[in-house]
Structure formats: C-alpha cells, structure tokens
Write a new protein. Structure first.
Lengths: 459, 225
C-alpha cells in the first residue's frame, strides 16, 4: 500500500481529485453567493416599494399596511403604523423597533411580533418611513425564508461535494493501480537486467502510448548495450586469438633459426621473417589502440574544413597504380557541388583509403572498382563499389565490427580491423556508414557526410 | 659525424637506439631523466636531439618548449608511445621538428635523423639537377639526359622530394607524409607501387638505376654520374 501511495500515478490522481474538489467548492460558493444575493435583492425591492407606497398617502397608510399583512399566507409579512408618540395605530408589529432608521432602506433587525395571538421574537428585514404627520410606517418580512433557502443550497452543495471527492479519489486510485500494474512487469524485467541478464527486454504494449514508447526506447538501448558488451568480449577474445597466430609462427621460426641455421645468412633470414610477424602483431595492436582512441573521440585537434572532392580524387590517385597492377579498372565519378565538410582530413582520407584498399583486395583480376562523390539532399555521399563477391545480407551488420572477417575474407590476409577503423572514423565525424549491393554486382559502401560535424574546434 | 643527444628513460630502448646510431657512425650521448636531459641540451653542442615525450622529472614537451624559448634551434625529434595525431600536433607545436610514434623501426628513426641533419637543398631553387636527371619545377617538366620524362603531377612531387635529398635514405612513411601530406601508415606496397612507376619512367631500358631500394629501410636516389 505504501508503494501505491508513493507512486507517481497515485500522487497525480490524488492531486487531480483535490484540485477538482477545490474547483467544485469555488463553483458552489459562487452559486450560493449569487442565489442569496438575488433573493435578498428581490425582497429588499419589494419592502422598499411597500414602505414608499404606504407612506405615500397618510389617510390610506393604515389600510395599505393591513393589506400587506393580510396578503400574507405564511405569516411572514409584518407591518406597523405608529403615532408620533410611538403608539401603535395599525398592523401586527407591537412596537416600532427603536434601532430602525426612518430612511426607507432595508435593515435586518430583531424584534417582538404577534403571530396568531402569540408573541415571538423574530429576525426581520424591515424598512421604515415617517409620514407628514409624524407617524411612522414599518414594513417587514421574515428572514427565515431566505435563510432556509440559503441553508438548502448549502446542504445541497455539501451533499454533492462528498460524492465528487469520493469519485475523484476512487478514479485516482484506479488509475494509479492500472499504471502500477503496467509498471510491475517492467520493473521485474529491469530487475533481471540489473542482475546481469542483458538479454531481458521490457514488455511493450499495443497502445503505443508514452509507456510503450519509453519501453521501446529502453529496449533499443539494451540492444546497443548488449551489442557493445558482446563486441568487447569478442574483441578481447579476437585480440588474444589473432595475436597467438603470428606469435606462434614467430616462436617456431626463431627456434628453428637458432637450432638449425648453418650460417649467418640463414639466421638473418629467420630474424627477418620474425620481424615481419612482429610487425604484423604490432600493426594489429596499434590498429586496436587507434580504433579505441578514435571511438573515444579524443582526436579533434586536427579538425578543420576538409575538401571531400580532393580527398576522393587523391585517394583514387593513390590507389590507381595498385589497382592497375592487379588488372582492376579504377573508376572515379565526382559530382560538382560544395564539398567542404568539417573533420580530420587525414582520418577521412584513411577511411576512404581503407574502403578502396578493401575493394581492390576483394575484387578479382579483370574486375572494376568505383569511387564516387555524389549529392543527396545536401549531404555529400562518398561511395566505393566493386565487382567482388559482395557481402551476404546476413553479414552486413557485422562487417564494421572489429576483427570480424566475412566469409569471403577468410582466405585473404588481413586482421579484420580495416572496416572497424572506417566505422570508428565515420562515427567520430557523425557520418552514417552503410553497405549494400553495388550496381556493379559486388558491394557498395557509402559514407554520408553532412556539412556540420560534431567535434569542437582545436583544444 | 653528428653529435646526438638521446633523452629516453627506458634503458633497454635507449641501449638499442644508442647501439644502432653508433653503428651508423654517430656520436650519441644519453640522458635518462628530464632534468638531466635539459642540462645536457643546454650545452648547445648537439646536431640533433631525440627526446621521449614522457620523461621522469620533466615532461619532454616542456623541456623542448623551454629550450626553444631560450633560443636554441637544434633540430629535435620527439619519440612517443602516444602515436595519436593530436599528440603529434602537440609535439610539433612544442617545437619538435619531427615526431615518431612508438613502436618504431630503427631504420625509420635513422632515416628521420638523417633528414633532420641534412636539411634539404635550397627550396628556392626551381631547377633541380642530380646526375643526368633534371627537373624544372616551374615548367613541371623532367629530363634524363636528352630524354624527356612524361610525369604525372604526383610523380613530379615524388621526384622533387627525392631529388632534394640525393643519396639520403627516405622511408615510405616519410614519403607519404611529405609527398601525399597525409599522416597514417599506408599499406607498405602502396608507396612501392608509386616508386616503381616513377622508376620505370626514369630508368628506361639500359639506363643505370637512379632509385635504389634499401632493404628494410626505404629508398634512395643516387646520382648516376
């Protein structure tokens, strides 16, 4: 129960119930005030009129107040005509109320009256006027009627208030309960995630409301966390595994060189081969560190305007002889347009170079590789496509991961870090990177480069 | 022979560098800490200083900055385990003339020291000559003897870079940095392919070789006469 009371939904429901009650109260007060004022004004008008009428003609004053009294069916009309000496001349009031001013206005007074022969103390609304001969006419009306009406209104309003409050609170509790039930399953799932089960996902309802949207977002977040965790785990394993291969070779080669080399030249050969494998491992370690550095966004000092047109054409120029030697035609297509983006010129060049290197590596002799710069909705798109074997649809999500080597890459040398580096560079710059089927039959990599980069200026 | 100062705190690394540079005929002194290095550097007798980025007692870049502030222009090469571009920029801003990330190959270090010691020939010269090779930078034309060379713009730049450093070993990384003006380690055969193309144009059938491949180190342009 205390959890319910502390719950956000319950507090909201309670708050709304109290607020609506307060509003009802205000409304009731207004209705009451208006009703009472209206009735009182009506009566006051009548009394003023009667007093003026009775006082208007000295000869008929007595008859007129008798009529006022006799018109009354409920013993609520009172009147009196008193001589200048205070003696009662007519009416059902025993004495002229001494505190009543003779101004013709309505005042509330308490006085003695005779009703059906009985003397009673009554609260009256009264108006008094003096006539020309000094006599005084008093016209009065019982206050009970208005008081009763007021009391009735208040009672009615009070009675209505109780169910209003009750229903508000009930509605609030029901709403809070529903929200709690919806959250309970989410809480259970979150608890399992907190215990370390990253495969758990939050239940997503059909309504598509805030709860569902939040649950969906959290699930996407969990997907990303799970992916990163797996990648970290995978990278650790992959580094260890990929380092062991060249190190094993190195060890064997050095051992054989030491034991079996017959002269210095043979020993030198063993050392040279060993150095090549050490360089390979160092290259891998350096690449892993670089990817780490780039992913942590610690490389912004070299950020500045970069001319993509220049980067693309220079990359094509750099790789053209390599492609040519392999019998691959390297085509370049650059669309005209403002090609300046913000970034690290060297890193962007490295990313494009890696894509080109990859394309040339996997394209068989006689094939084609194309590099291009195009414009799509104001975004510069750098693309690299080839006539290689392509990448299976199921593998496309993985090619940008560190150490992932697609099926096609198993037979080729490489450490599986090239595209990982490209992905890290693209991410640092906020450039979306994608891979799909190319028009040439192989695959096509695309890096979309918006003109505004996320990195700050040089520190 | 050059007098070099090495400021490096790791004894094993220093020992290898000392042995290699001495083997190449240099006279090398070694300081193991920042303050000791700063004292040695102030003597002003060095042709070049190699210093590690991170030193005990006094940071390498601070040392270098102090030295430059004192008006010392001795060429300096910064060595660092931080190979990152940002670090490189910091190193060069502090007054370094070159920057080499660890791990490095000794041959690369030697070639870069050589480059620091032998400043390239006067850069205002617009016609370069090495042996029978002639390069006109204004007209963008090259000739070997009487034979005109058909050179692409990048080949022209590559040849200019080599011709300004005749007889000097330049590594692939140095060429990539200076000729292409990008800073990362390209695949080793990429530069070789470009040098190979240039070489085929320079050395037509029967002509003596101009560009030599120095095994494990890089390339060097040697005059043919």
């Amino acid at each position: 129960m205390s959890r319910l009371v502390r719950s956000f939904a319950f507090r909201w429901a309670l708050g709304i119930a109290l607020w609506s009650t307060l509003l009802s109260l205000l409304l009731f007060a207004f209705v009451y005030w208006q009703t009472a004022a209206f009735m009182q004004d009506e009566l006051a008008e009548v009394l003023r009129h009667e007093a003026r009428y009775a006082a208007g003609d000295t000869a008929k004053a007595a008859a007129r107040i008798e009529t006022w009294v006799s018109e009354d069916l409920h013993s609520v009309h009172f009147a009196g005509l008193f001589g200048a000496d205070g003696r009662k001349l007519a009416g059902n009031l025993d004495a002229r109320p001494p505190e009543l001013p003779l101004d013709g206005e309505v005042h509330r007074i308490g006085t003695q009256v005779a009703i059906a022969g009985r003397r009673l103390h009554e609260e009256l609304w009264s108006a008094a006027r003096s006539l020309e001969d000094g006599t005084v006419v008093v016209v009065a009306h019982d206050t009970d009627e208005i008081d009763r009406a007021k009391a009735t209104v208040i009672r009615a309003l009070g009675l209505a208030l109780v169910p209003t409050l009750a229903f508000s609170i009930l509605g609030g509790v029901l709403l809070a309960g529903r929200a709690r039930r919806r959250l309970a399953s989410t809480e259970a799932a979150v608890a399992r995630v907190m215990r370390g089960d990253l495969r758990q996902r939050l239940p997503v309802g059909e309504a598509g409301d805030e709860f569902d949207r939040l649950a969906r977002d959290v699930n996407v977040m969990l997907d990303e966390i799970e992916r990163l965790m797996e990648e970290v785990r995978g990278v650790g394993d992959a580094v260890a595994h990929d380092l062991r291969t060249p190190l094993t070779r190195l060890r064997l080669r050095l051992e054989r060189g030491r034991d079996q080399a017959r002269d210095v030249e043979e020993l030198r050969q063993a050392v040279d081969q060993g150095l090549i494998w050490i360089d390979q491992t160092l290259e891998m370690v350096t690449a892993v560190l670089r990817i780490g550095e780039i992913e942590h966004g610690r490389r912004c000092a070299a950020f500045g305007p970069v001319d993509l047109k220049l980067v693309v054409s220079e990359a094509a120029e750099l790789f053209e002889p390599l492609a040519d030697d392999k019998g691959i035609a390297l085509g370049i297509g650059i669309e005209e347009g403002a090609s300046a983006v913000r970034g690290d010129r060297s890193l962007i060049f490295e990313a494009v170079s890696n894509l080109l290197d990859n394309a040339i590596k996997f394209t068989p002799t006689g094939g084609r590789v194309g590099i291009g710069l195009a414009w799509r909705d104001g975004v510069a798109v750098v693309s690299v496509e080839d006539t290689g074997p392509g990448i299976a649809a199921g593998e496309r999500d993985h090619v940008f991961k560190r150490f992932y080597r697609a099926e096609r890459a198993r037979q080729t040398e490489g450490n599986g870090l090239g595209l990982g580096l490209v992905a890290a560079i693209a991410k640092l710059h906020g450039f979306p990177l994608s891979v799909g089927d190319g028009p040439l039959g192989g695959c096509r990599f695309e890096m979309a480069c918006p003109t505004v980069g996320p990195c700050p200026t040089i520190r | 022979m050059a007098k070099l100062l090495l400021i490096e705190d790791d004894a094993a690394t220093a020992e290898e560098i000392l042995a290699d540079l001495q083997g190449r005929g240099h006279e090398v002194a070694w300081a193991a800490t920042g303050p000791a290095g700063a004292d040695a550097a102030r003597s002003g007798i060095w042709n070049a200083i190699l210093l590690d980025r991170m030193l005990p007692g006094l940071d390498g870049l601070t040392l270098l900055r102090d030295l430059r502030a004192a008006g010392d222009r001795t060429p300096a090469l910064v060595l660092s385990a931080l190979g990152d571009v940002d670090e490189r920029i910091r190193g060069l801003r502090a007054g370094g003339d070159d920057y080499l990330g660890k791990p490095f190959v000794l041959a690369e270090l030697a070639a870069r020291i050589e480059a620091l010691l032998r400043r390239p020939t006067d850069s205002r010269e617009t016609v370069l000559r090495v042996g029978t090779l002639e390069l006109d930078l204004i007209a963008s034309t090259g000739r070997r003897g009487v034979r005109d060379l058909d050179l692409l713009p990048r080949e022209l730049k590559l040849l200019e870079y080599l011709m300004r450093r005749p007889g000097q070993v330049v590594t692939r990384a140095m060429m990539f940095e200076e000729v292409w003006n990008y800073r990362f380690a390209p695949k080793s055969n990429l530069i070789d392919v470009h040098v190979g193309r240039l070489r085929r144009k320079l050395e037509a059938e029967g002509e003596p070789m101009l560009i030599q491949n120095v095994r494990g180190e890089g390339f060097t342009l040697t005059p043919d006469v």
